[in-house]
Structures are given as C-alpha cells and as structure tokens.
Design a protein around this ligand. Structure first.
Ligand SMILES: O=C(O)CCC(=O)C(=O)O
Length: 266
C-alpha cells in the first residue's frame, strides 16, 4: 500500500532517509542500465563520451570498490535510468520540492568477498554534505540510491543512522575508510540521537533517499554476487551554488542533457 505523501515526507524529515517499499524503476530500464554499467566498466562507451575522470578505471583491480563518476555521460541506458520520471515523482513526494535536478551521479559496484577472509571493500560512515562545499550550507541536497542488483542483508547494503541529519555537519565521517567500527567510536552524534543502523534492503529498481546530513555507510558484501547501484545526487529549487568555491562536481549544472531536471512543477 502506498503511504500518503504527508507520511512519506514526515518520515523523511524526522529520520533523514526514506526507503521505498516497492521497486520504483521499471525492470526493462534496470536491465538496460545494468548492461550499460558492465559496458562502462569495460571502457565501452555507447554515447561516444567518456565518464568523468574516476578513481576506478577499466582494467583496475576488480576486488576493489568500483566507483565511476558521471557514467550517464557514457551510456544512454544509464542516463534513462538516472533520469527516470518515477524517480523525480517520488523524490518530490519525499522532499516536498517543486523542482528536482540531478547534479552528479556515481556508479558503485561492490564485489562480493569470501566471509572467511577478513576485509573487502566497504564505505565508511559519512555525511554527503561534507564533500559538497560547492553548495551553500543551507542548500537542499539529497541522494537517491538506485539498486540495480538484489541488495540483500548479505550484500553490504547501505545503512542509515536515523535522526543523524538534525544538527548539520559533525566531524569524523570518512567515505573512504573501510573501518566502520573505528569511525563509529570516534563520531559524536547530535544530542539525543542514539546509534541505530537501518539497512536499505532493496530489490533491483528499488530506491532509497537520504538527506545531505544523514550519517550512512556500508559493510562488506558476502552475498556471492556484486552489489550494483547508482548514487544520484539531487538538488531542489532551494539550493544555491557557493560563489566562493571552484565548480568541479557542479560544472555541468547548466547543461540539462548531462544534469537532467527530473521533476518541475514550478
Ligand atoms: O554505496 C554505498 O554503500 C554508499 C553510497 C553513498 O555513500 C551515497 O550514496 O551517498
């Protein structure tokens, strides 16, 4: 059953995340995007354009977290997935926004590791806004995380700390650390917020949304197959570029072919 718009928006405002209980992106769009993802990982670019310069390049170590920036530039089927109108509709219900624009996209492919061997790629606890000084601090920014594979509890799902978004930025987060326990011990949550981890378990085409200040991270994948997703960074009409900062992640913002507006009821 669909929750009412008020309930969805209230849940997100209170807890800092929302996990849709039904797949949002149609299966054919997800399948095509999965093929596109594998092609981009091989360095095959159907659009003729490369993704943005990325930490992981075709041919790199497949036991590492594969993170490719702006893969939508390189593949039209990925673009169709990240720009899907259903994503815009739900993002508007979650945030109450009048306009939603994609401003950055990451392809995330986390390989499965043998649970008998310690270690494997993980994503350290962090708040997205700590990496976004290109926007003014009060800008309404959030992330839609679209599952392309079945994200089971064993697949190293993203997890959110409910209520952690309430007091803005705090110290200690690090996306690039694999040691989630160490980060947990050093991070001081806003007063009155207890440490609780809510995993984002999603079927292919499922989506979760999180606020720019929500603490989140993900552990290792022991599911036996790769965890595949796109993290889609979004802005609403209540967002402003920081005039004092160089534009790197925001350099394509005026090009709506690269950074599509996926909802507009202004
Ligand atoms: O994929 C993950 O586990 C983390 C992704 C993330 O940090 C994000 O979408 O903001």
């Amino acid at each position: 059953m669909l929750k009412s718009d008020t309930n969805v928006a209230e849940f997100y405002a209170q807890r800092g995340y929302y996990i849709a209980d039904q797949p949002v992106i149609p299966a054919d769009t997800v399948h095509a995007a999965e093929h596109g993802m594998e092609a981009v990982r091989r360095g095959e670019y159907a659009s003729g354009n490369e993704p943005f310069e990325s930490p992981w390049k075709p041919g790199d170590d497949d036991t590492k977290l594969c993170k490719i920036e702006m893969p939508n530039l390189a593949d039209p089927d990925i673009h169709a997935c990240i720009a899907h109108p259903a994503l815009g509709e739900l993002a508007a219900r979650v945030t109450g926004a009048k306009m939603i624009q994609v401003w950055w996209v990451q392809l995330l492919h986390k390989p499965s590791v043998d649970p008998a061997n310690a270690g494997g790629p993980a994503v350290g606890w962090h708040q997205d806004a700590q990496y976004w000084p290109e926007w003014t601090p009060d800008s309404e920014l959030f992330t839609a995380w679209v599952a392309i594979s079945d994200v089971t509890p064993q697949a190293g799902p993203m997890a959110f700390v409910p209520g952690s978004h309430r007091d803005g930025l705090f110290a200690g987060g690090d996306f690039f650390s694999n040691d989630l326990d160490k980060l947990k011990n050093s991070i001081q949550l806003p007063q009155g917020i207890a440490w609780e981890e809510v995993p984002s378990i999603l079927k292919p085409g499922g989506v979760s949304f999180h606020h720019r200040h929500t603490l989140h991270g993900s552990g290792i994948n022991t599911s036996g197959s790769p965890r595949k997703s796109f993290a889609i960074h979004l802005r609403t009409e209540k967002s402003t570029l920081n005039p004092d900062h160089e534009r790197i992640l925001t350099q394509f913002i005026d090009d709506h072919d690269k950074c599509p507006v996926i909802y507009d009821k202004r």
